[in-house]
Structures are given as C-alpha cells and as structure tokens.
Design a protein around this ligand. Structure first.
Ligand code: PNS
Length: 161
C-alpha cells in the first residue's frame, strides 16, 4: 500500500484543502488526513467536528482515512508507515516556512515532503481568511463545501447569541 499524509489544522476544511486531498488520492493507495491538535490555538470547530466535516466531504474519493494527532507529524508518519507528506503551496509566501518544516521533518526521520501547487482558483484561500470574512457576514460559500459553509454560518450565529 502506497501511503501519504495531508496534515493541517482544517479549522475548517476548505475547497483548497479538498483540491489537494483529491489530487493526492489519485496518486496514492491510501491518503491519511491528519488533523493536528495545537493546544495553543482555540479553534472555531472542535477536533471531532473537523474530523466529521473532513470525513463527509472526502467520502467520495474512497481511499481517505481521517484521524487527529497531538504531537509531531513525523511520529504520526512513522507509526503508520507513511513515507510522504503532501503539502499544497499557494504562493511564494508559503515557501519559506514550508521548506523549513520539510527539511526539519526529513532530518528527524527521513520522511519526504512533496509540494503540490494549489489550483490558482484557491491561491488566496485559507481557513483563517474564510472565518474572518464569514464572521463579518461575507459570503464564502464558493470557497467551502456546502455542508462546511452551513456549519460555519451556524457557528458564527451561535457565537453572536
Ligand atoms: O493547517 P496548518 O495550521 O497550516 O498546518 C500546519 C501543521 C499542522 C501541518 C504543522 O504545524 C505541523 O506539522 N504540526 C505538527 C507538529 C510538528 O510536527 N511540528 C514540527 C514541524 S517541523
């Protein structure tokens, strides 16, 4: 089985993430989507909610396994025999930090990082921007799967009440 991992915070999953996961799913037998837990960041969605949204929106690809992980990404990979990390690169501004992480991860365990250029349609897209725009009432429905947009609108309304 050829395995790869798409890691991230996924708070929440966007069409940009889905684009990368779908493309990875065509290259590997199994694609693990790892929701990394960052104890210093209070998310908009709980880890369980993020996993449920990812499972629902990636079910169509047929070879996706979704899990959370707290700790190093390299340990997640080693425990599951995953030799490759797939990362989307949106713009040159992503590159410095992504290169640093890729080199660190490779130095730690030899795991490779493969960069996939994001579709130009999503080159500006991030979960943080989507949340910010939505929280001021902006329409981000073209940037998210329908179910995620609905949950986001709901969550923002809950927080205002
Ligand atoms: O969606 P994000 O927040 O940009 O994803 C960043 C993420 C979660 C992939 C990155 O922070 C990560 O790999 N965290 C796990 C902890 C770890 O391994 N840190 C060392 C990186 S060299």
């Amino acid at each position: 089985m050829r395995r790869a991992v798409c890691p991230g915070s996924f708070d929440p999953i966007t069409n940009g993430h889905l684009d990368i996961i779908e493309r990875a799913s065509k290259l590997y037998d199994v694609v693990h989507v790892a929701v990394l837990i960052n104890k210093n960041k209070q998310g908009m969605f709980t880890i369980e909610e993020r996993i449920a949204l990812i499972e629902e929106t990636t079910a169509q690809y047929g070879n996706i396994e979704v899990e959370s992980h707290s700790g190093l990404l390299v340990d997640f990979c080693r425990d599951r025999g995953i030799p490759a990390i797939i990362k989307g690169l949106r713009a040159v501004s992503d590159f410095d930090y992504e290169l640093q992480m890729a080199q660190m991860n490779h130095g730690l365990t030899g795991v490779e990082t493969l960069f996939v250029p994001t579709s130009p349609t999503y080159s500006f897209l991030s979960s943080s921007l989507v949340k910010e725009v939505a929280s001021y009432g902006g329409d981000v429905s073209h940037l998210l799967p329908g179910v995620v947009n609905a949950r986001l609108v709901e969550r923002i309304a809950e927080r205002k009440n």
